[in-house]
Design a protein around this ligand. Structure first.
Ligand SMILES: C[S@@+](CC[C@H](N)C(=O)[O-])C[C@H]1O[C@@H](n2cnc3c(N)ncnc32)[C@H](O)[C@@H]1O
Length: 280
């Protein structure tokens, strides 16, 4: 799973989990530590030094925000199925009510590895049992018909929340449009999407240049144009959906009492959106 010296796109899932494990009080992900390993710890240390020391907190707050929002909707009986696109090694199934059904979608190598590790940790009683369906697909290939059939067979007419975090940066606009069209086919009126992405302006910042330089040395893709940023208007204009919440790292830091140490231009400020289906 952890190949050569470079970071493959799917291996970024290890990095995100390691960040989440660094401040469990902030992330509330008390299972993230299970994915820790020496190779990722070395990357993370380098990343925090060369790109931005605030990055572990940005990832902790992202998890906290989506976890709390999903929990709110669960307690109001508005979610029965959580569908996580590009789920990586996130641990929501174990942090949420045990009655929720989970569909975890990611590249085949990620879901196979995650399933194997989770079964092992459940046998060792490190994790509780949960109802999780793992689906391996690549959003850059032909996948829609098969995935829609699989989702429908698990979800039926149940209410669902779709989560896509830490993924759109690695996809292009056509692939993103395709995903949101699929979400519309999967969801019914009242269902919710949670999405995370960066705005276009970030590409002008010093911290983004540092990120590109770090990626250039360590990751398979290299130029800034290969990474997607998304303006607010994109979310405002998604057909059949209404934007019901928009946060960023700065607003979440206030909400969850996190003290920011760095100057603004040294922070990779991610934006977080909640969309509710209003039409069909
Ligand atoms: C930075 S990780 C984020 C994982 C998780 N959402 C989280 O927040 O912890 C990005 C994830 O997107 C997945 N991903 C990227 N491109 C993909 C593609 N074309 N098809 C399927 N999954 C993809 C990767 O495999 C990886 O698990």
């Amino acid at each position: 799973m952890l190949g050569g010296n470079n970071i493959e796109i799917h291996e970024t899932a290890f990095v995100t989990s390691t960040f989440r494990a660094t401040d469990v009080k902030l992330s509330r992900d008390h299972f993230a530590y299970l994915w820790n390993n020496p190779k990722t710890e070395k990357w993370v240390e380098e990343y925090l030094t060369k790109v931005s020391s605030e990055e572990s907190f940005t990832h902790c707050l992202r998890n906290r925000y989506f976890l709390e929002k999903i929990n709110e909707h669960v307690s109001e009986n508005r979610i029965e199925v959580l569908i996580n696109f590009g789920a990586g090694f996130s641990m929501y199934p174990f942090l949420l009510d045990q009655n929720i059904t989970h569909i975890e979608i990611d590249k085949p190598e990620i879901v196979e590895y995650k399933k194997m590790k989770i079964e092992q940790w459940q046998k060792e009683a490190l994790l509780p049992k949960r109802n999780i369906h793992f689906v391996g697909v690549d959003f850059s290939k032909e996948y829609k018909e098969g995935l829609l059939a699989t989702i429908n067979s698990v979800k039926g007419i149940k209410k669902c929340f779709i989560l896509i975090e830490g993924v759109l940066f690695f996809l292009d606009r056509e692939e993103t449009d395709g995903l949101f069209q699929l979400f519309n086919l999967v969801q019914d009126t009242g269902d919710i999407i949670g999405s995370a992405s960066f705005q276009d302006e970030i590409k002008e910042s010093l911290v983004f240049k540092k990120l590109m330089s770090f990626f250039g040395d360590n990751i398979s893709k290299a130029s800034a144009s290969e990474y997607q940023t998304i303006p607010n208007e994109y979310y405002r204009n998604i057909e059949n959906y209404s934007l019901i919440d928009h946060q960023d790292y700065f607003s979440l830091s206030k909400t969850y009492y996190h003290k920011i140490e760095l100057e603004k231009e040294l922070i990779l400020n991610e934006n977080f959106y909640m969309l509710q289906k209003v039409g069909s």
